[in-house]
Design a binder for this molecule. Structure first.
Ligand SMILES: [Mg+2]
Length: 322
């Protein structure tokens, strides 16, 4: 008699996790798709199961789950939309974007946090303990560009059948252009596996026009307590600067759609306009194109980025800031 084992798969979809627990290893991929439908309302034919592989290829519906050799609590990544979402994406108003508790008014507070001994000690611990997996070697005399993913390079919340649909326009042109003067790091407040999967999906991981130096995930971040706001997680550039002495606030710039991520290095951050509702904004979004130009200009004309005000990047004048 065949042994039947219960299995739990954790589905990651649309920024959330859904445990799919009503399965055994004798069920087929088709059954799995049905269970996913029950949880998410994404119809089986619309489910793109990114990392469900059988012999190196997308797993066919008739294969049993036991044949896929899944680890316990396997995280299955899905892209796919519900019928309702597909209708919504075509009819939503322009500015329905969620309200994010951000720190646009936090100017005064930033300095005290940036220099707090407690937080600098936390950064030192990350420098010591966080293992960076270098994908490309740092190059001589390059500046450093650190990029967020979600809403900066990719709309992770909109429904889509292909990851490419959610990519911010001009992403590859932007990275190609930036690579000329900058070593590039991707830093996302998610898990390393998810980052790697997204970068593969977008074709960033294997571009022959540019290289990403390394990825940083949520484990490289630190928690900071801000009066009135409570505890927030931020991305301290000191983690990189501590390990790579050639980079500092003089030659580093970081893009993120959430300003609070810059709390430990407010002067190095450029808050990018979030890329949301990809289906509506794909045709008109030119942020990355404009920012390519800014990056090039400051790389060529500015010897100390501390002298820049990234809040006014659109009005940058090389003659005034050299
Ligand atoms: Mg983001």
């Amino acid at each position: 008699m065949t042994e039947i084992n219960e299995i739990v798969i954790v589905l990651k979809w649309s920024g959330k996790e859904f445990p799919i627990s009503d399965l055994t290893d004798q069920d087929t991929v088709e059954v799995l798709r049905h269970e996913i439908f029950l949880k998410t309302q994404v119809r089986p034919e619309r489910q793109k199961l990114l990392n469900l592989k059988y012999k190196g290829k997308p797993a066919p519906d008739n294969v049993k789950l036991c044949a896929l050799e899944l680890k316990p609590n396997f995280k299955l990544m899905m892209v796919g939309s519900t019928e309702a979402d597909i209708e919504d994406a075509c009819s939503l108003p322009d500015d329905i974007g969620e309200v994010i508790d951000d720190f646009d008014d936090a100017d005064g507070r930033e300095e005290t946090i940036e220099n707090s001994a407690v937080y600098l000690a936390k950064v030192q611990r990350r420098v010591r303990d966080y293992k960076i997996k270098e994908l490309a070697t740092p190059r001589e005399n390059k500046k450093l560009l650190v990029l967020d993913i979600d809403y900066t390079l990719f709309d992770h919340r909109s429904p889509a059948e292909q990851g490419q649909e959610l990519m911010r326009p001009y992403l590859h042109e932007f990275l190609t252009s930036a690579y000329e003067h900058y070593d590039i790091v991707i830093w996302s407040a998610t898990s390393m596996r998810w980052i790697e999967e997204k970068m593969r999906l977008l074709g960033v991981a294997n571009s022959d026009k540019y290289k990403i130096m390394f990825y940083l995930d949520s484990n490289a971040m630190i928690s900071v307590h801000v009066p009135e706001r409570g505890v927030v997680d931020v991305k301290p550039l000191g983690v990189i600067w501590g390990l790579y002495k050639q980079y500092s606030s003089k030659n580093t710039i970081m893009f993120d759609d959430i300003r609070r991520n810059f709390l430990m290095n407010p002067k190095s951050g450029l808050k990018i306009r979030p890329f949301r509702q990809a289906h509506l904004n794909r045709a008109s979004d030119k942020e990355l194109l404009k920012l390519s130009d800014y990056l090039r200009q400051i790389a060529l004309n500015c010897s100390d980025f501390n002298s820049l005000n990234h809040r006014k990047w659109e009005h940058y004048d090389p003659k005034k800031n050299s």
